[in-house]
Ligand binder design. Structure first.
Ligand code: CP
Length: 315
């Protein structure tokens, strides 16, 4: 693997997920592969899971690493080309990407969307600039449009818990007080389209995801109907793609409760975290044995480990 920014960078998602699950069984078995290699992690936005699981993955592989919260600790970065830099932005992304590449062998980048300009966000400009100007492989730590490390960990979690060959997986919108990106649902849908699952996406009208991510999924505006017989319920909020970045609903009828889970096939509950309790999901569900949220978070380490191993082996 050269870079890891979307499902398109992966030759075989099932093989990569199984590699992650194998590394989970023996996390320190590949220590030599990272010897004298450094992982750089650059965050334009906050993180708990991605940051810590990536650090742990690098350490498990014997890598050194550095982390920088570039929005708080670095010079303000100009991201546009051909501009007169006479304002408060002292460093251009072209030099920043080139310079950081001098200090590491693999570079992870997290950059969220602004949620005001859809075309700008969906060009994934910051991630693309690092792909253009860095000289080392790039791993997306969540971009404006996708969160592939989360999706890989989610696929691993589904594989660990599925009880039939083709589980029904329901991605459901749920309410939230803030406008959130579409990156997690986009990415989850993109990966599930390539996995051996029956994918249903349910949300209120106006929350349709970009068609390129929906793929062959069944889309329903009726959450109760969609949840019937589900083996996995993946809850997530996102803001509108059509009325870009807008909150169109905070309808609490979409919160995942015990009653909603009773419609499923003894389904498991999933969420990428962080989660707003009793907005997205009731305490009773997230605290129940059906909840896989901590397993998903644990699998983030081994998802990153599988990605780093693949990149180090092929670069
Ligand atoms: N799920 C996830 O990416 O969590 P963080 O934003 O805390 O990294």
């Amino acid at each position: 693997m050269k870079n890891f920014t979307s499902v398109q960078d992966v030759q075989d998602i099932n093989a990569l997920a199984l590699e992650g699950l194998s590394l989970k069984q023996s996390p320190f078995s590949n220590k030599a592969i990272g010897e004298n290699k450094t992982l750089g992690l650059i965050f334009f936005n906050p993180s708990l899971r991605t940051r810590l699981s990536s650090q742990k993955a690098a350490q498990n592989l014997g890598m050194e690493l550095f982390v920088m919260n570039i929005d708080k600790e670095g010079w303000r970065i100009e991201t546009e080309m051909g501009v007169l830099m006479d304002g408060d932005k002292a460093e251009h992304i072209k030099e920043a990407a080139g310079v950081i590449s001098q200090y590491c062998d693999v570079l992870g980048i997290r950059s969220f969307p602004g949620l005001t300009d859809r075309n700008a966000d969906y060009s994934d400009h910051i991630l693309q600039s690092f792909l253009d100007f860095a000289s080392v492989p790039i791993v997306s730590l969540e971009s404006a449009t996708r969160h592939p490390l989360q999706s890989l960990a989610d696929l691993m979690t589904i594989k660990e818990h599925q009880t039939n060959a083709k589980p029904k997986v329901v991605l459901t919108w749920a309410p939230h007080p803030r406008a959130l990106p579409q990156a997690v649902p986009n990415s989850f849908a993109e990966w599930m389209n390539q996995a051996d699952v029956d994918l249903v996406i349910t949300h209120p009208e106006g929350y349709e995801l970009d068609e390129q991510f929906v793929g062959n999924a069944t889309v329903s505006y009726q959450q109760d109907e969609a949840l019937q017989g589900a083996d996995f319920v993946y809850a997530k909020n996102w803001s509108s793609f059509q009325q870009y970045g807008k909150i169109l609903s905070t309808d609490s009828n979409w919160t995942i409760t015990r009653e909603k889970m009773a419609l499923t096939n003894q389904g498991k509950f999933m969420h990428c975290l962080p989660v707003r309790r009793n907005m997205i999901v009731s305490d009773a569900v997230i605290d129940s044995p059906a909840s896989l949220v901590l397993e998903q978070a644990n699998n983030r380490t081994f998802a990153m480990q599988a990605v780093l191993k693949s990149i180090l082996e092929s670069n």
